[in-house]
Design a protein around this ligand. Sequence first.
Ligand SMILES: [Zn+2]
Length: 159
Amino acid sequence: MALKERLNKNIEAKAWYGELPVESLYTVGIAGEKFFRAIKDQGIFLGTKCHNCDMVYVPPKIYCERCLGKLDEYIEVAQCGSLESFTCVHIGLDGRKLEEPIFIGLIRLDGASTCLVHKLGEITVEELCMGMRVCAELKPKAKREGGINDILYFKPTKE
Ligand SMILES: [Zn+2]
């Protein structure tokens, strides 16, 4: 079958096995740089505020998703917030079953309009509930690298 032939049945498609060398470089962008630098250097969380829409984006964005206005006002938000949703993960990124499941949460920090996705720690599945209060547990300052893993996890508060 020549490459120019049109396939009319998907069972006619053939697989090609091989490797393509691909390199990529992910950058966090202007807002991401400020966000992670603030966590690393000061242990604080920053968001950007849109006065037009009364929204605070965390992690910060440089444009508002609603009005597309430029956002350049960075404000500090709390390290604690509410657990809006969560899931329990049993399979690792390598496709293998994890020895212990991990919990992933959708966290809305106090003062933010949007949510962060991150791991939950120091909690059991029986304790998890939507709306519960959680706070960030950061790495010790000397070990922070300016990335998302500077936040170890979010853990329940005693509030
Ligand atoms: Zn806006």
